[in-house]
Design a protein around this ligand. Structure first.
Ligand SMILES: [Zn+2]
Length: 595
């Protein structure tokens, strides 16, 4: 995993403009104040600039180190009393190491020969220039008043930083040519220093965190064991951090129109998805291939999905460019207090990736009655909506944000979509629970999820659920679900009251104790039927015939006392399929004037 992140970082470096300074010794840092001096080191003025990035020396840990020519007021001006003295001393010591560079002469004078007109004067004017404390906190960089470059950005200075860095690396290498566990080489030393920080990690407190750190074992269970993290060379340490930071932050801003017609900018990540509040997924391919299939998971369009399934099934030329060596990677991570928890790591060829996603859509496809089109159509749920269909709700119908299982369910679904894996059965328990307790019951999303879980957990010759209603040989529990839906529709036709549904009162009961529940349900039904026969005899006969038709397939007096978890799922699907079929059936009856 670290290896692939590091490869990505190296690939990104290669893609960058040759004129850009890209080296382990250098790093992009923010700057918000320019300290203007003249050639003799005399202080001229401070110039506040809108915070921007600048290239400067890279230091991995701030403690006990100062950055060359670019740092905070404590370091640069010894601002802030006693505490800043040591920081300032380190800053001046660092300058001393570079005093042979003529570019630095004015700065050396600022601190030494012209100190009164230089540093002392600057310190006196610092607070006056920045009356508000928050404006005194950014990085300060030097500039000669007649020049356009800041001193720390001058090529001679940056080259010297690189030279010193490489000399130091060579020195480290000389004693112990340890091989790096990531790149397998010993060109760069393996050092016990903290790696760079990962930014924009979800969850926990909003601050930067390390992926690999020496006193934590965040990913012991993955591809690194124990102390193996200390065998990452400095170059790989830099590149994996750059790679991961790029994945977590890259994206585009686009302008969307709000409901009120206002335009507002929205940032969309290109290689990241957020699951719940504490989990994110990043994904990429080695050669940066475009991945429309990922967009399908998020917003499936039936035509695109049909084309995908078709092209995978026939193995046509559209599919063939995925036969090359490109690999797909995905990394699921959560932030905890000070570290990153690796939740999942997926690696697959693009060929298998595409086949898995096609299979995913086949497994979640479910027919749904479309009220506008007045017919059954194929429903492909968004991956995140499937996860949501398991999420707890508050009494007002909104999603319960405390239900942290959302991210967990979504991460499992993501893996199932990309690797064609089975889902754990606790997820079936959860979705059935939501189907029982939620007022919308067995929605199309829930039915799709139940179908997916059941079909992927079948062991040897079990019942495979299809998109719409089954004919012929069906399991008892499935038929029970159909009968339940039929009884519900007879009740509704009789009482014409949506609030008096039998689902609220009997769905859970029937699912858990079918034999006793159906006894009660048929008693209730004979009352409804008597009434319906008086009010609307034609409809009563039709519905009863349909009910008898279903009951023919099972022995209603020999129903099991309980249903297993799998049977509960089949019951819910039978119920869902029957209802969708009835919606379209009711429509055609209406058209024929039977209503
Ligand atoms: Zn390495």
């Amino acid at each position: 995993m670290i290896k692939e992140l590091s490869e990505l970082g190296k690939y990104r470096r290669k893609q960058q403009d040759e004129n850009e300074w890209v080296h382990d010794a250098l790093k992009s840092e923010p700057i918000s104040i320019e300290l203007i001096i003249d050639k003799n080191g005399s202080f001229q003025r401070f110039e506040p600039i809108e915070k921007k990035q600048t290239i400067s020396e890279a230091i991995t840990a701030k403690k006990g180190k100062a950055r060359l020519l670019l740092d905070k007021a404590e370091e640069v001006l010894c601002y802030g009393g006693e505490d800043s003295k040591k920081k300032h001393m380190l800053f001046v010591q660092k300058l001393d190491e570079y005093r042979h560079l003529s570019e630095l002469y004015p700065v050396m004078a600022f601190y030494k020969d012209s100190k009164t007109n230089g540093m002392e004067k600057a310190l006196k004017q610092f607070e006056a220039t920045f009356p508000e404390e928050r404006n005194r906190k950014g990085n300060i960089g030097f500039r000669i008043q007649t020049e356009g470059y800041r001193i720390h950005e001058k090529p001679a200075v940056l080259k010297e930083v690189i030279k010193k860095y490489e000399a130091f690396q060579a020195q480290l290498l000389a004693g112990k040519p340890k091989k790096c566990a990531i790149c397998g080489q010993n060109k760069h030393p393996v050092e016990d220093i903290p790696h760079g920080m990962i930014k924009k990690v979800p969850g926990g407190q909003a601050r930067d965190r390390a992926l690999v750190s020496y006193n934590e074992t965040a990913f012991e269970s993955y591809d690194l064991k124990g102390n193996a993290n200390s065998s990452i060379c400095t170059n790989c340490a830099r590149t994996y951090v750059e790679g991961l930071n790029w994945l977590l932050s890259t994206g585009n801003e686009s302008i969307i129109k709000t409901n009120k017609g206002k335009k507002k900018p929205v940032f969309r990540y290109t290689n990241r998805k957020n699951f719940g509040s504490d989990t994110a997924i990043v994904f990429w391919t080695r050669h940066n291939a475009e991945l429309p299939e990922i967009d399908y998971l998020e917003a499936p369009n039936p035509d695109d999905v049909a084309r995908l399934i078709e092209s995978v099934a026939s193995g046509t030329k559209r599919d063939s460019h995925y036969l090359d060596s490109d690999q797909f990677y995905s990394f699921t991570l959560s932030g905890s207090v000070a570290r990153i928890v690796v939740r999942d790591w997926i690696e697959t060829s693009l060929y298998d990736f595409r086949r898995s996603i096609a299979q995913w859509f086949k497994d979640i496809a479910i027919a749904e009655y479309d009220r506008d089109l007045k017919k059954l159509k194929m429903h492909y749920a968004r991956l995140y909506d499937l996860a949501r269909s398991c999420q707890r709700k508050n009494s007002d119908g909104s999603f319960d944000k405390e239900d942290t299982s959302l991210a967990r369910v979504a991460a499992y679904l993501w893996r199932a979509a990309l690797k064609n894996t089975a889902l754990p059965l606790w997820m079936l328990t959860r979705v059935l629970q939501r189907a029982r307790l939620d007022k919308y019951g067995v929605t199309a999303d829930r039915a799709a999820l139940i179908k997916l879980i059941l079909n992927r957990n079948i062991k040897g010759g079990g019942f495979v659920i299809t998109e719409k209603i089954e004919q012929g040989n069906r399991p008892v529990a499935y038929i029970c679900g159909q009968i339940f839906a039929k009884l519900e529709s007879i009740q509704y036709a009789t009482l014409r009251d949506l609030n008096a549904g039998i689902r609220e009162r009997y769905f859970t009961y029937t699912m858990t104790s079918p034999s006793s529940a159906f006894g009660r349900l048929f008693d209730l039904n004979s009352k409804h039927f008597t009434k319906l026969k008086n009010d609307r005899p034609g409809l009563a006969v039709t519905l009863d015939k349909e009910l008898q038709e279903l009951c023919k397939d099972i022995d209603i007096n020999k129903l099991p006392a309980t249903f297993s978890l799998e049977q509960k799922g089949q019951f819910a699907i039978g119920y869902y399929h029957q209802k969708q079929a009835q919606f379209s059936g009711a429509k055609s009856r209406e058209n024929k004037g039977e209503e």
